[in-house]
Design a protein around this ligand. Sequence first.
Ligand code: BGC
Length: 400
Amino acid sequence: MSKKFNYHGLIAMAAISLFACNNTSQQTDSSDAAAASQTTADAATACVSALEKKSFEETIDGKTTGLYVLKNNNGACVAITNYGGRIVSIVVPDKNNNPTDVAVGFKTVKEYQGPGDAYFGALIGRVGNRIAKGKFTLDGKEYTLATNNGPNSLHGGNKGFSAAVWDATQPNDTTLSLSYVSKDGEEGYPGTLTANVTYTLGADNSIRIDYKATTDKKTVVNLTNHTYFNLNGEGSGTILNHLVQINADKYTPVDATLIPTGKLEPVAGTPFDFTKPTAIGSRIDTVNNIQLKNGGGYDHNFALANAGPALHDAAEVTGDQSGIVMNVLTTEPGLQFYIGNFMSGKNSFKSGAKDDYRTAFCIETQHFPDAPNQKNFPSIVIEPGKEYTSTTVYKFGVKK
Ligand code: BGC
């Protein structure tokens, strides 16, 4: 652990200049200079990540990508690129007040475009998770999507929102607004969909993600964020000892291609019972559990208790070494709990650590997978004149 923090310490100076470049407060007049420089100093102390702004500056599809940094006065900092709206880094204090980067990510935009990417940090759309056989029917018309994951369509198809360059506006140090217009017929989906996503870093070290979308034709939409977390810090090894609590009495079992069977099954008495804080790995090797076999581990949608239109508690995860606690609140009915079963160890993250098997996990808040083909699941259909909205909050604190 101390090695990691020393490493971070060594690169702190580089990080300070990066964050100074991004500090919108510095563009204000000198009357604000003292306050702005205080803000910069506090955040820069916390934001010790080996990112170079220019490694995120590319022209893709005729649009410019860059790196945007949100920071607060409480030692938290979030770096986001508008390529795929991806969270590249989240630095928060651990139980000893050491700045810790809890989101894994690459240090160049090129790596996010390469074969080693697995939707790291990305905004996912138009439809998160899988659609069986890449087909669904709306008002009697069948739509065909790319089958980019075995026989199924995954995370929006060949070029989903994770590979789009979003228009970005950063009005202040704690807010980034992104927008993307997905054309009628893009990736096979009907209707022009205008998506707006706002990331807000709270003074309480929460990252709030507000999603909105409108369409000009009836369509389907299910947006999420695909950040891979390691609450002990990127490069700290397995996440199997993290403690997880998920407020779900039921989950949606899947077939061998990870398409839900359509049933909602109780978690009680199974390795899917996370209703009390439980180490991720404590039941991972349960023999003959067909669901763990089908998922290659946990890669399942949990149906959240207390789901409703308001924000509700969805999950709590604690890093066993760092003491960092992440609380997840959402307006969504479900979450995909994925523990990096497909991480290959062939690629290097920004710290130099490899993307080794199960060294990060995702909590993707969402409507249930394959919803367009599952009549018992909450609908993801939206119509013109009605706005799609969704909010998720990832809040970071510590347990000593
Ligand atoms: C899916 C996994 C997939 C991962 C990365 C998750 O949302 O459920 O099956 O491997 O995303 O693509």
